[in-house]
Ligand binder design. Structure first.
Ligand code: SAT
Ligand code: MN
Length: 614
């Protein structure tokens, strides 16, 4: 009850923090906070009001606990995750289900009784001797139709420090936002004693009924800061089951492209983790977001999107001056607060990472301890300078081309182009545009991708529908159906109807007369593919119609390459855009077969496949 909750809070918080909690009056929120305290038994509770003093306290607490260390550049710190916990712990992530609940899910499920048992056994007193830090955030610009507020509670100051960079603090407006959105999310994390041997007991539990996540004995932000992917999962669920035809919740970047005459058109694009979303987002002239998008149909018939985040938790491998100049400027320049994770720190306190285009230092400390070039692990395998999933956390507004005003607008930005992409080495061309909305939806459904280092224990080529598969709590059939319904909605005006397209940056010369190791393109070519889609959406260029959709014409691409000062030989165009019919037919066969095994998938999916096969 509220009375019990208040009694707990009065006992557990000192006067100053009790006072700081007073603007929060949402009853469910107070009860959830009190419950968390009862379970975790922290020595103290710190309420983060988002004031500069409070945020500074969090920074200092992270240093004091040793979760972060100062680096040479002011505002830069390094955080090392535990050795077996440097990517999402897919096999230790569960959705809690109620007794008798029958759901078809792509994910692992755990009965409520067992979850309760886990919480009792592993979370009781987990914050012994530590301070629980509590923050209140908005996933999106405050007041936006698809924004949802969230509470983040953790004994890790690194988690709250990251939260301050990645989400909008809405301490003052939490009550109002919870009322407006009708829901709020609650996230409870503790790293416990922060020992490697505890990681096997780490669990990420997601309670869809109570919109609450629990995360234990882990340190990687993708596992701990559940406001990110944990709450994204709740949003996917909410869009599918409560806001059908109204909202989508996607694993997408958002960026604006400048076309002829200075016009700006926005594009949102899905790609699995580690497949270039951040790079693509920053290629546009108006960068809004690099990972997540909350999408809805506005009253004027346009499709709008907000970035639930205000910061970047970006992969740093292969970030260099050539491919990611704006990000690189933040990482190597002055004046940007950056939390690094799992990179190499040299003896001067400077971070280094694989693929940065700079010289390799002679020694340093990385995710596996002391390191120097050539160091091998117990199996004799070379240890890379930095972990493949090492990250940098910083404010999006630090990036030179960030469209801060548009990104903070609760009305969102109108999306004219949707893209879908994966790591596909041998089948699809670099860019193609769907002929119909249904074909576009099927491009999203058909993403396949090689595994990346962002997930622990996941290998091989997998279907990655909408690049959202790891975050779909319910049935794929319902999610897919919601996509068809959304994009065919009559609420979308003729002018608001988007171009839907496929992108593939990972095409190699494998079946195009080469070794299969050479990519048929470079990072900066992304500007050309997006530029073509911008012009195509605007009707400035037309495509060549094929069974998979429209392909760009050589001359149009050549002109766009000229804008980035690159030659574009026709022989390269031929390799990139000749359709490899055998591979495409094979892919369609595999997709039809695999999806044929799933229950209740929309008939439209198979219709599109059949039409393309014919
Ligand atoms: O691990 S996270 O999901 O937080 C980041 C990512 O993989 O996109
Ligand atoms: Mn992501």
């Amino acid at each position: 009850s509220l009375e019990d909750a208040q009694a707990v809070l009065e006992k557990s918080l000192d006067k100053a923090n009790l006072q700081k909690l007073s603007p929060i009056t949402t009853v469910d929120a107070l009860i959830k906070i009190a419950n968390s305290i009862v379970i975790c038994k922290p020595a103290a509770v710190f309420i983060n009001s988002g004031s500069p003093e409070d945020v500074q306290w969090i920074r200092e607490h992270a240093l004091h606990k040793g979760e972060e260390k100062k680096l040479a550049k002011p505002g830069h710190t390094i955080h090392f995750d535990l050795p077996e916990d440097q990517a999402r712990l897919v096999n230790q992530t569960y959705y809690i289900i109620n007794e008798g609940e029958k759901i078809s899910s792509l994910a692992k499920l755990l009965l409520r009784d067992e979850a309760t048992q886990y919480v009792r056994q592993y979370m009781t007193g987990i914050m012994d001797g530590m301070t629980m830090i509590i923050g209140f955030y908005s996933r999106g610009p405050v007041g936006a139709e698809a924004a949802v507020p969230a509470i983040e509670m953790s004994s890790s100051a690194y988690v709250l420090h990251s939260a301050e960079l990645l989400y909008r603090n809405c301490y003052d407006q939490f009550d109002r936002e919870a009322e407006r959105a009708n829901i709020f999310f609650t996230n409870l994390h503790s790293e416990g004693k922060n020992r490697p041997e505890d990681v096997p007991n780490a669990r990420i539990l997601m309670d869809r009924s109570w919109l609450t996540t629990f995360s234990t004995y882990c340190t990687y932000a993708g596992n701990t800061l559940l406001m990110k992917k944990g709450n994204h999962r709740f949003c996917v669920d909410y869009a599918t089951y409560h806001k059908k035809e109204e909202q989508l919740s996607e694993h997408m970047f958002i960026t604006g492209l400048t076309g002829p005459g200075g016009r700006v058109n926005f594009c949102a694009g899905a790609a699995p983790s580690g497949c270039g979303k951040t790079t693509t987002a920053m290629v546009g002239s108006h960068f809004v977001g690099d990972d997540l998008a909350q999408i809805w149909i506005a009253a004027d018939g346009t499709i709008r999107a907000i970035n639930p985040e205000k910061g970047i938790f970006g992969i740093v491998e292969d970030v260099n001056r050539e491919g990611d100049p704006y990000l690189m400027e933040c990482l190597r320049g002055d004046g940007t607060e950056v939390i690094w994770s799992n990179v190499l720190i040299d003896e001067h306190g400077v971070p280094h990472w694989v693929g940065n285009g700079e010289s390799v230092p002679e020694r340093g400390v990385n995710f596996q301890g002391e390191w120097s070039p050539g160091k091998t692990d117990a199996n004799g395998k070379p240890i890379p300078m930095s972990h493949k999933n090492s990250r940098c956390t910083l404010l999006a507004s630090a990036i030179a081309n960030h469209a801060t005003e548009a990104a903070e607008d609760p009305a969102g930005v109108p999306i004219r182009v949707f893209t879908y992409s994966g790591r596909d080495s041998d089948t699809m061309p670099p860019v193609w545009a769907a002929r119909t909305m249904d074909e576009g939806v099927v491009i999203g459904a058909s993403i396949v991708s090689q595994a990346t280092a962002t997930e622990v224990g996941v290998t091989g080529v997998r279907r990655q529908p909408w690049a959202n598969a790891p975050f779909i709590p319910g049935s794929l059939a319902d999610y897919m159906e919601a996509q068809f319904v959304f994009f065919n909605s009559e609420k979308i005006s003729a002018a608001g109807r988007p171009v839907m397209a496929g992108l593939n940056y990972f095409l190699t010369d494998g079946n195009r007369g080469g070794s299969g190791n050479k990519l048929l393109g470079e990072k900066r070519d992304v500007k050309v593919w997006l530029g073509w889609l911008e012009r195509f959406a605007h009707g400035d260029v037309t495509g060549i119609e094929t069974p998979i959709g429209y392909l760009p014409r050589y001359d149009d691409l050549k002109a766009l390459f000229a804008e980035i000062n690159k030659e574009y030989p026709e022989s390269l165009y031929d390799k990139q855009f000749s359709l490899y019919i055998d591979n495409i037919l094979h892919r369609l066969e595999l997709q039809t077969e695999a999806y044929g095994k799933e229950e209740n998938l929309p008939a439209k999916l198979f219709e599109v496949y059949r039409r393309q096969q014919a």
